[in-house]
Design a protein around this ligand. Sequence first.
Ligand SMILES: N[C@@H](CCC(=O)N[C@@H](CS)C(=O)NCC(=O)O)C(=O)O
Length: 209
Amino acid sequence: MLHFTLPTLPTLYSFRRCPYAMRARMALGSAGIACETVEVSLRAKPSELLAISPKGTVPVMQLMDGTVLEQSLDIMRWALAQNDPEGWLTAADENEMKRVIAQCDDVFKPLLDRYKYANRHPELLMEQHRSLAMDALQAMWNDASQPCTSESPYLFGLQASMVDVALFPFVRQFAAVDSVWFAAQPLPRLQAWLATWLASDLFTAIMKK
Ligand SMILES: N[C@@H](CCC(=O)N[C@@H](CS)C(=O)NCC(=O)O)C(=O)O
């Protein structure tokens, strides 16, 4: 006889250091959604993950009704639709938020990867890769923070939004490639913003081993 154990919590397939997984875990954390987290080895993805999501990227979330969310942004939106105590979904116009997040994922992230792995892209010097990534980061940052004053701590002003959380893990990576260089740049608001998220209880909680 076969015995099935029904899951009692949604399952999150995650990878601790993956920036997409980080943004998903932060939204789940803010929403206070309990889930069973499966830490995946990207070199040996579990067959249960590939069975529900053959594309083989993380994060992936399987809900109790069997629904599979295969994109970090879908996981964020689902989590915050359940519970959004910080008002991340409503802090700014939805289309504006989508636009800035798309700039991050489609423009900044590929340039960030070239800077991180500059030795794999010898057509340019590391400093040139960095400068292209920096331009994309600043364009995205200025775009989002246009209506803000210098006191506004978040991208869209006084309140954090989904955009801050969606961008933060990638900006963290950018800063970490050469933290001395990053700290020396004349970008006080961006540096303060990054420091705030890095020191947040939420980030600490989702990075716990
Ligand atoms: N668009 C996806 C991207 C996810 C993604 O690329 N995750 C990386 C890890 S950071 C991954 O799983 N890569 C597959 C691999 O390295 O085999 C999302 O937003 O969830």
